[in-house]
Design a protein around this ligand. Structure first.
Ligand code: ATP
Ligand code: GLN
Length: 148
């Protein structure tokens, strides 16, 4: 049986304060994934409709008409989540937990170092720009809100 947890390497190369977790997901799993992330205080994320090909190849999707594709590209959703280094593994584990069916076509996660974050409204940079009010860091520092 596969371990349903991310097998992290020994530290991160290249090292970075922030990372973008980029996940290619089955469209019908996306609400499940995003609500799971929200529950743990991950409030900022971006999704795009994309199409791709992988081991699933041109095989038609078993789990619903919305993923059916007549050409070799299958409809997927790309979810991009920028988080600080300390949150990367929790985010990856949550995505696996919520997105996985065990069938070919569950998707992939790419981890990309991010050199800076800028909040346009305030001009904040780095940690200040990445942190979100009521986000995971806030929840971890207050014992009032339970963390799922
Ligand atoms: P503000 O406090 O000025 O509202 P904010 O940090 O909450 O800033 P928004 O302006 O609400 O950011 O975010 C705009 C868009 O940026 C979001 O709809 C989302 O697509 C994207 N986004 C924000 N934060 C992240 C993040 N950490 N990872 C990925 N996408 C993000
Ligand atoms: N790391 C941020 C925080 O804890 C949350 C980032 C995010 O929601 N993508 O506030």
């Amino acid at each position: 049986r596969l371990p349903v947890t991310a097998a992290a390497g020994p530290g991160y190369l290249p090292d970075s304060e922030f990372y973008k977790v980029e996940a290619i997901l089955r469209p019908w799993r996306v609400p499940h994934v995003s609500s799971g992330l929200l529950e743990m205080g991950i409030r900022g994320l971006t999704v795009s409709d994309v199409r791709g090909v992988g081991a699933q190849g041109g095989s038609t999707e078993r789990h619903g008409g919305s993923e059916f594709s007549e050409d070799k590209f299958i409809a997927k959703v790309k979810m991009e989540i920028v988080v600080c280094k300390e949150q990367v593994e929790a985010v990856i584990d949550k995505i696996i937990e919520k997105a996985r069916t065990g069938e070919i076509g569950d998707g992939k996660i790419f981890l990309i170092p991010v050199s800076d974050v800028v909040r346009i409204r305030t001009g904040e940079r780095g940690k200040e720009a990445e942190r979100m009010t009521g986000g995971m860091s806030d929840r971890l520092s207050s014992s009032v809100v339970p963390i799922s």
